[in-house]
Design a protein around this ligand. Structure first.
Ligand code: MSP
Length: 516
C-alpha cells in the first residue's frame, strides 16, 4: 500500500481576482504534489477558496451584490487559474459548501466539549483586510499618524459580544510542540518568530462575530457567526470527510504539509494546532511559510495598478515557462521578484537554449538520419559511463533529496547542472562528425544521450509537466514507466525509438511594451 501524503495550499479570499502570489503558492504545492506522486506515494492535494468573513461581506455590499453572488463569481476565477496552470488538485474546496458548514460546527462542538469556549465581550482592534485581531502593543503608526496592523493594514476599534477560545491555556503545549517536533514550522526563521510570539504570552482568541451574518453559524448561538479563520482552517478536515469517519480522513489526516505564505503562519502554527489539540485531533506534520513574490521588488496591489493576471502571463510565455521561472528564480522560503525581462532571460537561457536545444538536436538528428532509431552498438566507454552516472545521480538522487526537503530551487539547480553536462558531452563527443568515420560510435553516443534525456525529462515532470510529457511521448516511454524509480532502472544501454520531435520552447522575445 502506497504511503499517503496530504498537502494543502491556503484557501484564497476571493474578494478580488487571483494574482501572481496565489499562482506562486498553487504552483509550488503542485510541484511538491507531483513530486510525491512520482515517488510512488498516494497523494491528496487540496486547494480552494475562503469565502466568508467581513472582507467578503463588505466587498459585496460595495458592489451591491449578495456575498454569495460575489463568492460564486470570484471563486470561479481561482478555479480557472488552478486549471489553467495545470494544478493537479484532488479537491477544490469552497467554504460555502454545506459539508464545510457541518464540519466547522462539528469542530466547534468538539472544542466546546473540552471546555475551551466561553461567552464574553470583545473590545479591541480588528483588521478587516487581514481578518485578524491585534493587541495594542502590536500596532504600528502610519505616515498620517493613524494606527495600522503590523502588516500595514487599517484597523478598527471593535466592541462586540463574542465567543472566546481559551488560547492562553495552550501556551505551554504549543511551546512543547515546537520543541518536540522541530520541523513543525519551517523554514527555521518562521519557527523562531512563532516561538517568540507564543513565548511572549497568548491571550484568549475571539472566535465569533455578531455584527454581520456572512459566515458559519455558531451551533446553539444563533446571533453569532464563527470568526472566519475558525471555519477557514477547518477546510483541511472538511475536504477529507470530517466529522464522518471517512476513509480519506483515516488515510490522509494528519496532513503532511500545509503550504502557506509567511503572513499567515501564525494562524496555522499557533491557532490551528491549539484548535486541534482542543478537539482531540492529531496535528499536521508541517507548516511551511513561503516568501512573497514581488513585482520588480514591489508588492502588487490594486492601488499601485501593478496587479498581474497569472493566466495572462501563462498565455504569453507558456504555462511551463511560468512554472519553471517561479520555482527556479525564487529561493524557496524567501521573497523573490519577477519581471518580464527576468522571465524571458531565464526561459531562453535554461529552457530554450539548454534543455530544449539539447533535445531538439539529439532527437532531430536521430529522426532524420537514423530513421528515428538509436541503440547502443558497442561497449560503453569510461567517459560514457561517468557521464551517465553524473546525470542519473542528479536526477534520481540530488533533485529528489532537495525536493523532499522543499529546497525546490536547489533541486532545479542540480537538474540544470545535469543539462549542462549533457551539452558538454555533445560538444566533446561531436556525434554528427562521426557520421562517416564511425557510425557505430555515433549511434552509441546518441543512444547514451537518449538515456540521459529520458532521466532529465522524468525528473523535471513535477515542474514542467507538459513539456516533460512531450519529451517522454516522443521517446515512446510508457505512461507507467515515468517515476523516479524508473530513472534507476533505466540502464543506459537500451534501444530508443524517437518520433518526429516538435520544438519544446520557442526563444522568447521581450514584449514591445510589457504591461507592468
Ligand atoms: N484566506 C486566507 C487563508 C486561509 S487558509 C485556511 C488568506 N487568503 S489570501 O487570498 O489573502 O492569501 C492566500 C495565500 O496567498 C496565502 O498563503 C498568502 O500568503 C499567499 N500570498 C498572497 N500574496 C502573496 C504574494 N505576493 N506572494 C506569495 N504569496 C502570497 O490569507
Amino acid at each position: 500500500m502506497a504511503e499517503p501524503y496530504y498537502i494543502t495550499t491556503a484557501i484564497n479570499y476571493p474578494n478580488g481576482r487571483p494574482h501572481i502570489g496565489h499562482a506562486y503558492e498553487a504552483i509550488a504545492a503542485d510541484v511538491i504534489a507531483r513530486f510525491h506522486r512520482l515517488q510512488g506515494r498516494l497523494v491528496r492535494f487540496q486547494t480552494g477558496t475562503d469565502e466568508h468573513g467581513l472582507k467578503m461581506a463588505r466587498k459585496a455590499k460595495e458592489e451591491g451584490r449578495t456575498p454569495r453572488e460575489l463568492a460564486d463569481e470570484m471563486s470561479s476565477y481561482f478555479r480557472e487559474m488552478a486549471d489553467g496552470l495545470d494544478i493537479s488538485f484532488d479537491r477544490f474546496i469552497r467554504t460555502v459548501e454545506p459539508a464545510h458548514h457541518a464540519a466547522s460546527q462539528a469542530l466547534w462542538q468538539a472544542m466546546e466539549r473540552s471546555g475551551d469556549l466561553y461567552l464574553d465581550r470583545y473590545e479591541g482592534w480588528y483588521s478587516v483586510r487581514d481578518e485578524a485581531f491585534y493587541d495594542d502593543k502590536e500596532l504600528v503608526v502610519g505616515e498620517g499618524g493613524e494606527r495600522l496592523s503590523p502588516q500595514g493594514t487599517p484597523v478598527e476599534w471593535t466592541v462586540e459580544e463574542s465567543w472566546f477560545f481559551r488560547l492562553s491555556n495552550y501556551q505551554d503545549r504549543l511551546l512543547a510542540l515546537y520543541d518536540e517536533q522541530p520541523d513543525f514550522i519551517a523554514p527555521a526563521s518562521r519557527r523562531n518568530e512563532m516561538r517568540a510570539f507564543v513565548s511572549s504570552g497568548l491571550r484568549d482568541l475571539s472566535v465569533s462575530r455578531t455584527s454581520f451574518e456572512w459566515g458559519v453559524r455558531v451551533p446553539g448561538s444563533d446571533t453569532h457567526v464563527m470568526y472566519v479563520w475558525v471555519d477557514a482552517l477547518t477546510n483541511y478536515l472538511t475536504g477529507l470527510g470530517y466529522p464522518e469517519p471517512a476513509v480519506d480522513l483515516q488515510r490522509f489526516w494528519p496532513a503532511d504539509l500545509h503550504l502557506v505564505g509567511k503572513d499567515i503562519v501564525r494562524f496555522h502554527a499557533v491557532y490551528w494546532p491549539a484548535f486541534l489539540m482542543s478537539a482531540g485531533l492529531p496535528l499536521p506534520r508541517k507548516v511551511y511559510g513561503h516568501g512573497f513574490v514581488l513585482n520588480q521588488g514591489r508588492k502588487e496591489s490594486k492601488s499601485l495598478g501593478n496587479v498581474t493576471d497569472p493566466l495572462e502571463l501563462a498565455q504569453r510565455y507558456g504555462v511551463d515557462v511560468l512554472r519553471y521561472f517561479l520555482m527556479r528564480e525564487v529561493s524557496f522560503g524567501q521573497d523573490g521578484t519577477w519581471s518580464h525581462e527576468a522571465i524571458v532571460m531565464r526561459s531562453n537561457a535554461d529552457l530554450a537554449n539548454s534543455f530544449g536545444n539539447l533535445v531538439q538536436r539529439v532527437f532531430g538528428f536521430i529522426f532524420k538520419n537514423l530513421h528515428g532509431k538509436a541503440s547502443v552498438r558497442q561497449e560503453l566507454q569510461a567517459e560514457d559511463r561517468a557521464f551517465l552516472s553524473q546525470v542519473r545521480e542528479a536526477c534520481a538522487r540530488t533533485l529528489p533529496q532537495h525536493f523532499e526537503a522543499l529546497l525546490l530551487n536547489q533541486g532545479l539547480d542540480a537538474w540544470m547542472q545535469a543539462v549542462f553536462a549533457c551539452n558538454a558531452y555533445v560538444d566533446e563527443q561531436a556525434p554528427w562528425a562521426l557520421r562517416k568515420s564511425d557510425p557505430e560510435r555515433m549511434e552509441t553516443v546518441l543512444a547514451v544521450l537518449c538515456s540521459a534525456i529520458r532521466c532529465l525529462a522524468t525528473a523535471i515532470q513535477p515542474v514542467i509537466p507538459r513539456s516533460a510529457a512531450r519529451v517522454l511521448d516522443t521517446m515512446h516511454v510508457p505512461d507507467d514507466a515515468r517515476t523516479f524509480a524508473h530513472i534507476d532502472a533505466e540502464g543506459g544501454e537500451g534501444a530508443y525509438t524517437i518520433a518526429q520531435p516538435v520544438p519544446l520552447f520557442p526563444r522568447l522575445e521581450l514584449p514591445e511594451s510589457p504591461p507592468t
